[in-house]
Ligand binder design. Sequence first.
Ligand SMILES: NC(=O)c1ccc[n+]([C@@H]2O[C@H](COP(=O)([O-])OP(=O)(O)OC[C@H]3O[C@@H](n4cnc5c(N)ncnc54)[C@H](O)[C@@H]3O)[C@@H](O)[C@H]2O)c1
Length: 349
Amino acid sequence: MKLLVTGGAGFIGSAVVRLAVARGHRVVNVDALTYAACPDTLAAVADSPLYAFEHVDIRDRPALDAVFARHRPDAVMHLAAESHVDRSIDGPADFIGTNITGTFNMLEAARAWWIRAGRPEAFRFHHISTDEVFGSLPPDPAVRFTEDTPYDPRSPYSASKASSDHLVRAWHETYGLPVLLTNCSNNYGPFHFPEKLVPVIILNALAGKPLPVYGDGSNVRDWLYVEDHADALLLVVAEGRVGRSYNIGGENERSNLELVKTLCAILDRKRPKAQGSYAEQITFVTDRPGHDARYAIDPSRIREELGWRPSVTVDEGLEKTVEWYLANEAWWRAVQDRQGVGERLGVSA
Ligand SMILES: NC(=O)c1ccc[n+]([C@@H]2O[C@H](COP(=O)([O-])OP(=O)(O)OC[C@H]3O[C@@H](n4cnc5c(N)ncnc54)[C@H](O)[C@@H]3O)[C@@H](O)[C@H]2O)c1
């Protein structure tokens, strides 16, 4: 399959590109290389004849048309987005521009290409979204997000992603574009940008800095190892039912405080401090405005229809992630040296 992947220099996109190339797919990566991009995450595929890169901003429609004409993809996997909730609180404009207008441009460029190509039946537009569009859940473990949960986004980030999901469904209903949607829970793993919770905790711990936990740390997330997410996405684009959405989650609910304590325990074993535990560095900080209490995915549909399951538990995945950060200091130090990385964001509301 020839895949046009947007946002392939980002955290999840790069995992998708690496896995797709390893499985023999041809991949065109369309990425504007924003602050969040790390092109060296693609070193393993950069010289592959199966891989091509297009330095294009999805807000630029003519450039997208040229990419479609040049590469003639069989399917689109649309991951490019502004993705950091705290940044969306400080500066929502980029989230509207990329996540909503950018997705509109992608849909229109894809639709124009699909019509020109004679509406091939096998063409797919796979939109990658988040569980944050569903809003916040009560603590009751019996209540989880299904594909039928009504949308209730509560941050500029989740509202912009919800808007893009609605556009994608509308392009299917109105124009017949063969779309697929996935809504996934929190990812973690190798190459995670060091402003997100898991790498912040690992790297602050190693640097002897406070380990910031928002509020009282009781917010619950459903954690998924990024390579399992990439595997699920490649399955959905190949075998998902057109017009359908699939929730993807690891069935690994943890409160933020539990997650941080688990990371500290792994570090205590793998890189013990001279004295005491990394957990002593835990510091509770002012909560994020509008911080959703709980996200949890019911992944029954993708499991039952497509036979997908995550390959690792959260304990195994966190262990692999800590090992990766310990072994890849040059990568994260270079990203940390970028301007503005590591500052507290999202408290300005
Ligand atoms: N990280 C998560 O836990 C998570 C969970 C569920 C869904 N998602 C979704 O998955 C997708 C990827 O998330 P991520 O964490 O890898 O994001 P990321 O921020 O790590 O990467 C985003 C990539 O998109 C590119 N990009 C941004 N604006 C662009 C533009 N205007 N034109 C072209 N490229 C642009 C960036 O350069 C970067 O390479 C997003 O759509 C996000 O909403 C993320």
